[in-house]
Structures are given as structure tokens and as C-alpha cells.
Design a protein around this ligand. Sequence first.
Ligand SMILES: Nc1nc2c(ncn2[C@@H]2O[C@H](COP(=O)(O)OP(=O)(O)OP(=O)(O)O)[C@@H](O)[C@H]2O)c(=O)[nH]1
Ligand SMILES: [Mg+2]
Length: 453
Amino acid sequence: MNDTIAAISTSLGIGSISIIRISGEESLKIVNKIFKGKDLEKCESHTINYGYIVDNNEKIDEVLVSIMLAPKSFTRENVVEINCHGGIASTNKILELLLLNGCRLAEPGEFSKRAYLNGRIDLVEAEAIMSLIEAETESKRKLAIEQLSGNVSKMIKELRKKLADIESNIRVNIDYPEYEDIEVMTINMLKTRLKNVKQEISKILKESSNGSLIEKGIKTSIIGKPNVGKSSLLNLLLNKEKAIVTSIQGTTRDTVEGNIIINGILYKLIDTAGIRKTSDIVENIGVKKSIELIDNSDLILLIFDNNLEINEDEYKVLEHIKNKNCIIVINKIDLPKKINKEILKKYSKNIIEISTYTKTGIEELKDEMLKIFNLENIETKSLNYLSSSRSIAILKECETIINDIYDGIEKNMPIDMIEIDLNNLFEKLGEITGDTYDEELIDHMFANFCLGK
Ligand SMILES: Nc1nc2c(ncn2[C@@H]2O[C@H](COP(=O)(O)OP(=O)(O)OP(=O)(O)O)[C@@H](O)[C@H]2O)c(=O)[nH]1
Ligand SMILES: [Mg+2]
């Protein structure tokens, strides 16, 4: 890590400016060799210096050179950034000169890797940088910047501290039973303190799963028996006549899809054929298929007709929505009420009444679609969200370990065994932020970064 690295940090192509970034002990010395202007080695940190890049007195480009001396830089090393004109030829030529004068071409993600290895950022923050670069929507950008600001990292570090405290308390009890002024960790105390750790892990996991929904978009299936108004609702939400609506049962034969954005969140809507017992497989879907859809969707809008009583198929489907993200939508409230809402309340607390005909209740439905994922007011909420599948997988392992510890306590496992598990948990949590790490894994992770970052 002692060599000085260089890379083009802006995307290659024609633009007004390109930035070439250099990091390492020798960066000022190397740039000085090809720079005509002030002596960069005598310039103060955090200054921008005007001059030319030259190759044997031939002017290559007119540039601005920024200097950020260690440790106050992104990598905590001496960093120089050359702002040159954004032509492909001049940018490449400057990089070539840097390489000829002692720099090594940086590997993808090597600047961020150095920032991590030098303690400037942790792994969660490094991953956030990647998410920020890749974010195409406002909500994704917000999630990434939250993560970059270090909130989740702080929570993980605090969890580790709590675990270390519990562990050391147990250790002292075991090693120095004669110390009377040290609190003896009773099983009940241990349980209470662990419960808190467990709750926090679950909270981060829950918010992370919401976060990944935001990244991918929320797959929302509109299901219900024929003629309840599924396609009418799809059209209304999309604000266009995408699906055919008729009074004939079984109008929708194949699924119809469309995307909407509510409050910056993408919902991928799928209108389905009506549920009913059928011999015509093409026209309608049976109860079994609806249940499959329920299992494969992030959100279900289960539509009922206000003017009809609940039928047998609908009861079967209702049995499957418990513990699922499902909103029961009672449509056609402009018609006389025949449905028994009290019965529906037994299956879900999320019930919205609408009429696609008079366009009533649509805003309430959209609000509910956000609330069910805790995404209302997302602009002002701080989500403690882990973006990478790597960290989420580790956190899930942590959840398993802590459940095992709980089991162990119930089964009167000896305290020193519990202490070992606590230590495993402590180490595992450290892998998320990179406080404990595997070198190969780190290399692999940063290799997925873009060049020059
Ligand atoms: N009165 C009233 N009629 C409605 C409302 N919503 C839809 N309809 C009517 O109900 C009929 C069926 O609407 P669709 O949207 O095609 O129903 P669907 O659930 O998609 O039906 P299939 O595709 O056959 O399963 C149409 O005649 C609509 O005009 C409503 O809120 N009030
Ligand atoms: Mg339809």
C-alpha cells in the first residue's frame, strides 16, 4: 500500500472537465515532475493551484491542481487531483505521464479501499459510497447518504460495546468470584440485556428489508374475484387506460403490468385475472394460483366488491394473508353495502374503502401503501438501513446466534459456553463494519467498485 496510485475519476468521454486522482506518499513529487506552475511540494494543504501539465516542455493541458495532504484527505494519504479539460486525449495523456513518472494505475475501488484500511471509513460507509454512485432515484440517494453519514455503523458499534460489557462482566464473575463489588450477572439480567441487543438487530434487519424494497421497487399484485374492479383500480392508479375494463366477468385474461411512484417509491403493479373455480385455465386463475401470487409479491391489494357478500374462494384466500403485507380494498362503495366489513377486520387491520367509479379513497389507499412499509414521510425519517446483501446476510447470522444464546440460557447451558457464543456474536457484528475482517473478502468487495473511486 506504499505505492502512489492514479486513476481517472470522472467517466471517460467528452465533458468540460475530467478529474485525475492521485493518492500516496509520492503524489506531490510525481505531479511536480509534469506540472508547470508553483512548486506543489511547497504549497499548503487544501489549495487549488493553476498551471500546465507539460511533457518535456510541451504543453499538454491547462489545469487546476488540488492538494489535500495526509491525513486530511479521503484516503488519509497525500491526495492530488488534477482538473483538466475533459477531452479523452488530454485526460489519457495526463494519466499516461503520471504512470511514466512513478504512479501505478489504481485498481477498481482502490482509493476507497485505502480509505477503509487507513480508518477513514468503515465497510458500511464504503458500501454506501457505491450505493450513492449507483442511485438513480431520490429515495435511493437518501438511503445511501443516510448510511454514509454513519448512523448504522454507530448502531452496530454500540451493539458491540454492549456485548463487550456483558461479556467482560461474565468473565470477571467467572475469574474473580471473590470480588464482591462487581455485579453478579444473573440469568435474568443477561436475558434483559440481550433482549435489547436482539431488538436492535431485528430493527436494523426490518429497515434493511424495506430499504432493499426501495432499491428494487415493490412488487404489488392486485387480486380478487372477477368483476370486483381490479383493472379499474390499476387504470386509476396508473392514470391511464392500460387494462381493459368491462362488466363481463373474466375480462382480464393475462396479467397487465404498470409502474407508479408514490412519494418517490416505485411500485410495480400487476393486475391479474379474477379468482374463481374454472375449467377455462386461460381466462381465470384459481385459488391456488392466487396464493402463489400472495407468496411471491411484496404487497397484495386484495379487492372485494362492496355490493356482494364474501364468497367461498375469497375466504380461502383470506386465510393466506395473515403475516403478509396485504391491504384489503373494498371497491364500489358508491353501490349499496352488502359486504360484512366486520368479518374482514378479523383478517387484516389494513382495510380501505374506495370507489374507482367516483374516485373516492384513492389517496387513502396510496397512504396505506406507504404506511404498511413504514415509508410515509420518508424524506424526514432516518432509516437505519444496510444496503449490501453482504451485511444483511451477516446480520441475519447474528440474529441466529442470538436466538441460539437464548435457547442456551433456557436449557441452563453453562455460563462459560454462553460467553463463547457472545464472543462469536461480537466478532460477527464486527464483520459488518469491517472491524474484524477477512482480507480476501475485502479485496473482493472493493474490486466491485468503479475505477477511480
Ligand atoms: N359502481 C361501480 N362499478 C365499478 C367500480 N369499479 C369498477 N366497476 C365496474 O365493475 C366492472 C368490472 O370492472 P373491472 O375493472 O374490469 O373488474 P376486474 O376485477 O378487473 O374484472 P376481471 O378482469 O373480469 O377479473 C366494470 O363494469 C366496471 O365499470 C366502482 O367503484 N363502482
Ligand atoms: Mg380485469
